[in-house]
Structures are given as structure tokens and as C-alpha cells.
Design a protein. Structure first.
Length: 473
């Protein structure tokens, strides 16, 4: 297990976690209902735009330009933020980023921070690091709050509590909140969360956010959200700390326009998200009077060096790929043992961990049937299946010589010669006596690796080659 908190310490490899998740029928019901609702709605709003494909290609091109010239754009945003009264910090990894945020919160003299929903801060394990330093982090996004109060882990990028239904949420709120909801009506649950959070918004001195985009030209930071909790965090406290992955840049405001069309339709299936907050440095007398931008690498420059894998850095975290993935729909997000679940998690997490000897991370590229649905919906055209296959090759290489690789080499030797292959077929056809029914459902090791999840059809009595020779030869 690696030391990067992007994967959760102690998580089993994906096949093991998936097997356990598949036994939870309630989880599968919750997931099926939620993912199908969002995906159907997304299809409808996307089909309204005749230029959707052009928008996708524009999003891909802008992100590729950013990734190819990342050094230039990063220096540009640093200069712009500094010129507008903000302070820029550089963090190589999770530890450095957490230390910066902890120090800033301490300097502000607080023991509590409010948080805008942020994948970057989840990726670095910020809440745990702050808690270890004596500072409590309060999640203000409704779904994140459900996860936090339930002492749970998120299972979706956009809807972290997607695995919970409303009666489970009512139980969590009744257990954890001072003013308890009386029913599981959505309005009642939302009202309970509102009462719980309002006090926190009004008293917090420091807020921590992530960022959906950073505009390099002007130093403007953009957060899009649906609930308005983010807006409260971004405007009320005295100090605002934003942790942003270095790949989140767009060059100009004009480029932002493309993503403000792509993101809401792909994520919440809305034509426009209800709240788009944009701020540039510090404005005297208005909003936070101290602004800190933490630029986070944490494995991104290593991913950038990989010609195939780097396309994962185009991701705008819309989660459309999760909602269409047949594997995600059945296992849920927690089986991925990572902050980033689903298809994007299967290609991003192993790259951020950057250690294919980490068995859990190396198992993630196999969490796919390679059906390609994720590629079709991705608003920035990340070819997820291509990266999955590429990472599988890396995982195999890292394993070195195994019984499987020896077996594959032996098969390669057999298939390389027509006579050897034919003789092997003759020997193989004897296996049909093992299963007169036509299917073999149990084989001794190493064949048991196959038959534990699938049947094997018995070989025919005669190969096509022999039949051809007998009838036409
Ligand atoms: S990989 Fe594409 S579809 Fe998946 S979350 Fe990222 S941008 Fe969205």
C-alpha cells in the first residue's frame, strides 16, 4: 500500500472489494436508481445542443494546450493572483499541501474551518491532517456532510453519498445533529442540514475550497455548485484557502465559456448550474480579506510525463463516466478504495499513486469491461479504455515473472507453430469427457482462476482444421 492518501490505507484489491459490494443488494438498488436517473437526464440535456461534439473537441484542445504549456500557464496565474493581493503556495505532494493549510489556519487563530466540496482536499486527506493538528474541518456540501456525519467514505465524485437512501440519511442526522429531523422527507432533511450549517457559516474565520477552474490570464478562480453552501464559504470568512490541482487551469475567460457549457450538462444534467462563484485575489471591503492559492502537484507531473496516461489530466470531474459504467453501477464507488472512483478513478488513482507494485492501485485498471461507454460521454474526450489497457500493461510488467506470465509464454509457444497448435487441440478435445453437459464449471488451479467467475465451454470432438481436411482436403 502506498503512502499517497489518494487511495485509502488498508483497502483490499478491487476484485475482492467488488465481490463484497456485490452482495449488498440495497446498495445496488440505490445505485441503479440514482445513476439511471442522472444518466437519462444528461442524455436529454446534451441532445439539446447541436454543437455538443464541437464543444467536446474544444474542451479537449484547450486542456491539451494547458497540459503542453503547463509551466507557462502556472507562472502566469501565479503572477496574476499575486498582483491582485493573493498569495500563491506550491505543494509537491499531499504532505506539503496539508502543512501549508494547517499553518495558515493556525496563523488565523482558529480551531475550525468550513469547507466547500473539493476532490483535491479529499485526495490529500486534508480533513484528517487538520484534525491531527487540532483543527476541525466541517464539510458544508450536503452529500459530503452526510458522509462526514456518517463516519463513512464517499462513493461518487459528485454525489458522495449516492450509496445512501433517505431513511439511512435520516438515521445519521438523528444520531449526529442537535436539532434532529423528524421524517425522511427530502425537504425536512435539507432543512435540518441548513439549520446545522448556518451557525457554522456565520462563525467560521477560515474557509477551504477546491477549484473547478483557474483562469491563468486574470488569476480568477471558479467554483461551480448547486446548493449555495460554497458561496457562503467563499464570501463570509476572513480567510480563504483554495487547494487547486495544477491541471485545473484554462488560459482565458473565453476558454472558460466552453467548460461552463460542458460541465453542468455532464455532471448534474443541468443546462446551467445554480451557483458559479468567481473571485480574483482580494477585493478590499468585500469578501475574504486574505486569499491563499495552494497549487498542488501530488503525482500530476509524473502523469504528465506519460504520453498515453496524461489525458486523464484533462478531467473536469463531471462524473458522467461513473453514471454510465456497468462496473460502477454494480459495485459502487467504495470498492475502488480510492478518492476517485469509477472509470476516471481507475486511470487517475494509479497514476497519482505512481507505483504499480502497490497491489491495490495496480488492480484498478482491471475494474472495467472495456465497453467504452465512459469514452462516449466524457466531455473532454478522455479515451479511458485506451489508458486502462496501457496501465494494465504497466501492471503486468511490474509483476515480473508470475505463473500467469509463464502460462501465457507457454501458450505463445504453442500458438506460434501450426503443428504444435493442432496437437494441443487434439489433447484439449479430451477435456470434453470432463463435462458431458457441454460446460466445465470447475477446474483445478490454475484453471480455477477462470472457473471461479465463468464457465468454460468444452472443446469440440473435432477441430475445424481436422473437419476441413476430412471433408474437403
Ligand atoms: S473522465 Fe471525463 S466523464 Fe469522467 S469525470 Fe472526468 S471529465 Fe467527466
Amino acid at each position: 500500500m502506498g503512502s499517497n492518501p489518494v487511495t485509502w490505507l488498508g483497502s483490499p484489491v478491487f476484485p475482492k472489494a467488488a465481490k463484497a459490494a456485490l452482495a449488498d443488494t440495497q446498495l445496488r438498488r440505490n445505485l441503479r436508481k440514482a445513476t439511471h436517473t442522472i444518466r437519462d437526464k444528461r442524455t436529454r440535456v446534451v441532445s439539446e445542443l447541436p454543437d455538443w461534439e464541437e464543444l467536446r473537441r474544444a474542451g479537449e484542445a484547450i486542456k491539451d494546450d494547458v497540459l503542453s504549456n503547463l509551466d507557462t500557464y502556472l507562472e502566469r496565474i501565479e503572477a496574476a493572483v499575486t498582483a491582485r493581493g493573493g498569495v500563491v503556495h506550491w505543494a509537491r505532494d499531499a504532505r506539503e499541501a496539508n502543512e501549508i493549510v494547517l499553518r495558515l489556519a493556525r496563523e488565523a487563530g482558529t480551531d475550525e474551518v468550513v469547507k466547500v466540496k473539493s476532490m483535491a482536499t479529499a485526495e490529500i486527506g486534508l480533513n484528517e491532517a487538520l484534525e491531527a493538528g487540532g483543527i476541525r474541518a466541517i464539510e458544508t456540501d450536503l452529500a459530503e456532510l452526510i458522509v462526514q456525519l456518517g463516519h463513512d467514505r464517499p462513493s461518487h465524485i459528485l454525489v458522495p453519498a449516492i450509496h445512501r437512501n433517505r431513511s439511512e440519511i435520516k438515521e445519521i442526522f438523528q444520531r449526529e445533529m442537535a436539532e434532529k429531523p423528524v421524517s425522511d422527507e427530502p425537504r425536512e432533511l435539507a432543512e435540518a442540514a441548513r439549520r446545522h450549517l448556518r451557525r457554522k457559516f456565520l462563525s467560521a474565520k477560515v474557509a477551504v475550497s477546491g477549484a473547478n477552474f483557474g483562469v491563468a490570464d486574470t488569476g480568477s478562480i471558479v467554483v461551480v455548485e448547486s446548493e449555495g453552501n460554497g458561496r457562503m464559504c467563499l464570501t463570509l470568512p476572513e480567510v480563504l484557502i483554495t487547494v487547486m490541482g495544477i491541471e485545473k487551469l484554462v488560459p482565458t475567460w473565453q476558454d472558460l465559456e466552453v467548460f461552463l457549457q460542458l460541465l453542468p450538462r455532464s455532471s448534474t444534467a443541468e443546462r446551467m448550474n445554480p451557483y458559479t462563484s468567481v473571485w480574483t485575489g482580494v477585493t478590499p471591503g468585500d469578501g475574504p480579506q486574505q486569499f491563499h492559492l495552494v497549487l498542488l502537484d501530488n503525482g500530476r507531473t509524473d502523469a504528465l510525463a506519460d504520453r498515453v496516461g496524461r489525458q486523464a489530466l484533462r478531467c473536469i470531474r463531471c462524473s458522467a463516466c461513473l453514471n454510465v459504467c456497468p462496473v460502477y453501477e454494480r459495485t459502487g464507488g467504495q470498492a475502488y478504495g480510492s478518492v476517485y472512483p469509477g472509470p476516471i478513478g481507475a486511470i487517475l488513482s494509479p497514476q497519482l499513486v505512481n507505483d504499480m507494485h502497490d497491489k491495490q492501485a495496480a488492480s484498478l485498471p482491471y475494474a472495467s469491461s472495456l465497453c467504452g461507454a465512459c469514452y462516449e460521454v466524457c466531455p473532454v474526450r478522455i479515451n479511458i479504455p485506451e489508458v486502462l489497457v496501457h496501465l494494465r500493461a504497466e501492471a503486468v510488467e511490474a509483476k515480473g515473472r508470475t505463473p500467469e506470465s509463464v502460462g501465457m509464454a507457454a501458450l505463445g509457444w504453442l500458438f506460434a507453430d501450426a503443428r504444435r497448435y493442432e496437437n494441443a487441440q487434439k489433447v484439449g478435445s479430451l477435456a470434453r469427457h470432463l463435462a458431458p453437459s457441454g460446460r466445465i464449471s470447475s477446474l483445478p488451479w490454475p484453471g480455477s482462476k477462470w472457473t471461479s467467475t465463468r464457465d468454460v465451454p468444452t472443446p469440440p470432438a473435432e477441430s475445424f482444421r481436422t473437419w476441413w481436411r476430412r471433408n474437403r482436403g
